[in-house]
Design a protein around this ligand. Structure first.
Ligand code: GLU
Length: 408
């Protein structure tokens, strides 16, 4: 079986690249956008992408940066010194981790930071514990670096939160690293301080590296909380073997600007920076100056967006739970819900009997013109991921369509 569009192995394309599947989240999003362009009234809950415009003061900073000839040139591969300083300050503030600017590499989105973290840490055959459901890119990034993803599944019955006992059961003498993602994409689950501390201390005890994806760190809905607990904050011993990944995309509605970063111990960061110096060099200086404005400027737009997401979160959870056959836990972070839809499988809907969430996602796209990402993209079948970072009206209309369809 080869990825779509690639069938002839005699052409000499590498096995390593042939084994990669296209990003499922981007694929569903592209399909929804293409159908919309054909005139179909698709409502897309597919990509995790805020519907808001980037805050105006960030856009202004980018415009000023475009006019400065210094930004028309190559700059240090690891990032502009002034931005690395601001990222170090943000990491101290929100992750409770005091790092020097030299421990930061600015990357082309969080995705490049995930890839570089894997490439920096893994040798062929190294196992990486991957709590499932997981973001669709992690297993591919692990495999590209020669590593072996070892899935550890936590279902809706345990709020999609993996335990130390489960991780310990999956640990072998080849275990090199663990992905720790809170808030989680795709489930929105947020680990408590105690849960985070327990996992961090377990990893430290066994000398396991932690790749902590903190991209949704500021999108948390517990009243009074402004960031999720970082694994370094809860278990400071982790810092010596931790790479934290982050970026401005989700908090500041800047997905298209491609601005992320990685933070870690100096030796790992130096190695990753060497890699990046050959792979992509510096990230666009314009995006870097925009990110500086986002991180250091007025936060009121970011807070207002979070409030809007919170209201949508309530609306989508209650709207989906009103459908017989769907069980939707209330997530406490990110902008995804991850309902268990197994109650809808094996039954006939509009003449079709879906038996997997992949088939169910196709059915609702066809019949309701609603796009969601099937659970198969993130682990076992039986779930759908809905992003609620879309407009209020669309959200209400999309859920109403599903309710009408499944009540029939
Ligand atoms: N991270 C977002 C998502 O999960 C954007 C798409 C992607 O890069 O996978 O939908």
């Amino acid at each position: 079986m080869y990825p779509e569009g690639v069938s002839d192995t005699s052409r000499g394309i590498s096995q390593r690249i042939l084994s990669i599947a296209e990003s499922a989240t981007l694929k569903v999003d592209a399909k929804a956008k293409a159908l919309k362009a054909q005139g179909r009234p698709i409502i897309s809950f597919a990509a995790g992408e805020p519907d808001f415009a980037t805050p105006p003061h960030v856009v202004e900073a980018a415009l000023a940066a475009v006019r400065d000839p210094a930004n028309h040139r190559y700059t240090p591969a690891a990032g502009l010194p002034i931005l690395r300083e601001a990222i170090a300050a943000k990491t101290a503030r929100d992750s409770g981790w005091a790092v020097s600017p030299s421990q930061v590499v600015v990357t082309n989105g969080g995705k490049q930071a995930v890839y570089q973290a894997c490439a920096t840490l893994l040798d062929p055959g190294d196992e990486v514990l991957l709590p499932a459901p997981y973001w669709t890119t992690y297993p591919e990034a692990i495999a590209l670096a020669g590593g072996i993803p070892v899935e550890v599944f936590a279902g809706a019955d345990q709020d999609y939160k993996v335990t130390v006992a489960q991780l310990e059961a999956a640990r072998t003498n080849k275990t090199k690293a663990l992905f720790f993602v809170s808030p989680s994409n795709p489930t929105g689950a947020v680990m408590s301080f105690e849960e985070t501390k327990a996992i961090g201390e377990w990893a430290t005890e066994h000398g396991i590296w932690v790749i902590a994806d903190e991209i949704y760190q500021n999108l948390v809905y517990e009243p009074g909380m402004d960031h999720a607990v970082s694994i370094v904050e809860a278990a400071p011993g982790v810092a010596d073997r931790c790479i934290a990944v982050n970026g401005v995309a989700k908090t500041y509605a800047m997905t298209g600007w491609r601005l992320g970063w990685m933070v870690g111990p100096q030796d790992a960061i130096n190695a990753a920076s060497n890699l990046q110096s050959h792979l992509s060099s510096n990230v666009s200086n314009i995006s870097q100056m925009a990110a500086l404005a986002a991180l250091t400027g007025d936060q009121s737009d970011a807070l207002a967006m979070r409030e809007a997401f919170n209201a949508r979160r309530h609306a989508i959870v209650s709207g989906l739970n009103a459908i017989d056959g769907i069980v939707c836990p209330e997530p406490m972070g990110a902008f995804y819900v991850y309902p268990d839809v197994r109650g809808l499988l094996g039954k006939q809907w509009a003449g079709t009997t879906p038996t997997t969430s992949l088939e169910l996602a196709d059915l609702i796209l066809e019949q309701c013109e609603v796009a969601a990402v099937p659970g198969e993209a993130f682990g076992p079948s039986g779930y759908l991921r809905f992003s609620y970072a879309l407009g209020d009206k669309d959200l209400a209309e999309g859920i109403a369509r599903l309710q009408a369809f499944f009540s029939g």
